[in-house]
Design a protein around this ligand. Structure first.
Ligand code: ISL
Length: 567
């Protein structure tokens, strides 16, 4: 029988370089810092490093606005250091996955500068240029070519005064969308990707890759989306999420870039709004598109409409969602598993309990729950330390373009500034972007200078140095989870069966392979439960891994998680 792919047994660690480790004292993390901290990754046992963008960039969106795809920004170091990183990782048996941001470039990319220079530019059609809406003068209210609302607030169109036309940007106006309909664009991207693979990188995390195909009519027309309540805009997603040529483009990319070297690579597509049915198609190995996708359903359960309208998560909703994804990709395709990344608030604050009493226990409980699902787990820097949301006193403490744009738009539309700020404190991406807490020093050991965003005030207590040799720490628990996946094929490959789908606090499931079964029981609450009452048929079992010392095997304590061998 065919060997399962290597990444079924792998754990990926994400580095957001700006916030990981600063080696030169400018307050911004860099590749030198990553190179200094590779022992932390080896110690954790992870297999792959996914590095968020380090390419030259004006940093309007912290590097997700790229002005040169084939170099390293001096802010982060040099190409030589990247080569060193590849060699160091390979020497330690780890792989490097680069971020691939090709739905859009920076507005400072030479391609866009040239495209913008004139309607007759040979690169004009590399981006989406459109005249004002029929009958309206350029710049008039509502004259944008479509009514689409940007992911980062405001319209998705900005007028270029000089040329009199609008260009499309699904994100910030400094991130114009590339026109993937144009084969020259696609082949330029493929050539760049081959260049990176030839340099030794082991794959790509493809940023918003399910937005590259826009639903464009035969004459180039783009259509308005359904109105968004309370906003003068319409919903762009119906026209841009998993558009008509998404699969075709990814298959073409596969043929052009990955053929002959696919087995050793990791290809993960980040796909906001993707459904489980679409994900099955994207990750079916026979179709040769990507290995797995990042989906967003489970991180969309604790708000209504916009992420800045938060509400509490119901555990039963989480089970229903994860359960459908586990079932939907059981026989075909593969899941990626994550709580945290650089776009999400910290999981221990969001889904756990970051009060002193339960912070360690809820962080380890959530980690166990996630890592024991079927799929490839992703650990985001600091998650393995139980890093939590930070304190934002006022607007000045925020850095992120999404948060700042949202604040400007919401306040302009008459929302109460205090309410807007309260939602930002809870949901802002900046919660994930505070410096990694290495030690109890004044800047948490992150920099000798002034950090670009304030260190979380809890760093004196919550840091890597304090946890490294403590077997009870969140860090030690993550180490055990990674080791378990490596050691036990049931964790990597076993079938998933959800138990207790309607229980509001206890998350339980089994994983089975070749007659061997693991039972996973996680108490996602501060109440106590009697195991015998919950799962009477599942008595006994040998404890394979747990997050608390078991005092009474019959009692599941607050935030306790157990993995038991029951067959
Ligand atoms: O962050 C989000 C929700 O708060 C998402 O809407 C996010 O913008 C979306 O998932 C796309 O994310 C990716 O592309 C963005 C970039 O800002 C993100 O950091 C990146 O992960 C544009 O490149």
């Amino acid at each position: 029988p065919e060997q399962p792919p290597w990444w079924t047994r792998a754990v990926v660690y994400q580095i957001y370089p700006r916030s990981f480790m600063d080696s030169d004292g400018d307050g911004i993390g860099d590749l030198g810092g990553v190179l200094q901290r590779l022992d932390h990754l080896s110690d954790l046992g992870v297999d792959v490093l996914w590095l968020s963008p380090v390419y030259p960039s004006p940093q309007a969106d912290n590097g997700y606005d790229i002005s040169d795809y084939q170099d390293v920004d001096p802010l982060f170091g040099s190409l030589a250091q990247l080569d060193e990183l590849i060699a160091e990782l390979h020497g330690r048996g780890m792989k490097l996955v680069m971020d691939l941001v090709v739905n859009h470039t920076s507005d400072q990319h030479p391609w866009f500068r040239e495209s913008r220079s004139s309607p007759d530019s040979p690169k004009r059609d590399w981006y989406w240029w459109r005249p004002p809406r029929a009958g309206l003068p350029a710049g008039a209210p509502g004259a944008e070519p479509t009514n689409w609302h940007s992911f980062f607030s405001g319209p998705t169109w900005t007028l270029d005064e000089a040329g009199g036309e609008y260009f499309l940007h699904l994100f910030d106006r400094r991130q114009p969308d590339l026109n993937w309909e144009n084969p020259e664009v696609r082949h330029a991207v493929y050539a760049m990707m081959r260049w990176w693979l030839d340099r030794g990188v082991d794959g790509f995390r493809m940023d918003v890759i399910n937005l590259i195909s826009k639903d464009v009519g035969p004459d180039g027309e783009l259509r308005d989306g359904p109105p968004l309540p309370g906003l003068p805009y319409g919903d762009a997603t119906t026209s841009v999420v998993c558009g008509p040529r998404s699969h075709e483009f990814l298959q073409e990319m596969h043929r052009e870039v990955f053929d002959g070297r696919r087995e050793s690579l990791l290809l993960v597509g980040e796909m906001p709004g993707v459904t489980v049915e679409e994900a099955r198609l994207f990750t079916d190995p026979a179709r040769a598109e990507v290995d797995m996708v990042f989906q967003f359903e489970h991180v969309g359960l604790d708000f209504t409409g916009s992420k800045f309208s938060p509400r509490p998560l119901r555990l039963t909703d989480l089970k229903a969602s994860f359960g459908r994804w586990q079932a939907g990709l059981a026989d075909v395709g593969w899941n990626s598993l994550y709580w945290d990344n650089h776009d999400q608030p910290r999981a221990v604050s969001r889904f756990g309990d970051d009060s002193p009493r339960y912070r360690r226990d809820s962080a380890t409980c959530l980690a166990t729950l996630l890592h024991l699902h079927r799929g490839t787990p992703y650990v985001y820097q600091g998650e393995e330390l139980g890093m939590a949301n930070t304190r934002f006193d006022g607007l000045d403490d925020f850095r992120d373009v999404e948060s700042l744009n949202h604040h400007a738009q919401a306040v302009a539309h008459g929302e109460d500034p205090d309410t807007v700020l309260a939602a930002m404190r809870r949901m802002s991406r900046d919660n994930a972007r505070t410096p990694v807490q290495w030690d109890a020093g004044p800047t948490a050991g992150f920099t000798t200078g002034t950090p670009w965003i304030a260190v979380n005030p809890d760093a004196a207590e919550w840091n890597a140095a304090a946890q490294r040799d403590d077997p009870h720490s969140v860090l030690a628990h993550h180490r055990r989870l990674v080791a378990l996946r490596h050691a036990d094929p049931v964790v990597a490959l076993g079938d998933f069966t959800m138990l207790l789908p309607h229980h509001e606090s206890v998350y339980a499931f089994t994983r089975s392979l070749d007659g061997s079964t693991l039972l996973v029981v996680c108490n996602v609450s501060a109440h106590e439960y009697r195991l015998g009452e919950l799962l009477p048929e599942m008595g006994g079992g040998e404890l394979v891994l747990g997050n608390l010392a078991v005092e009474d095997p019959a009692v599941l304590r607050p935030w306790e998680a157990r993995v038991l061998r029951v067959g």
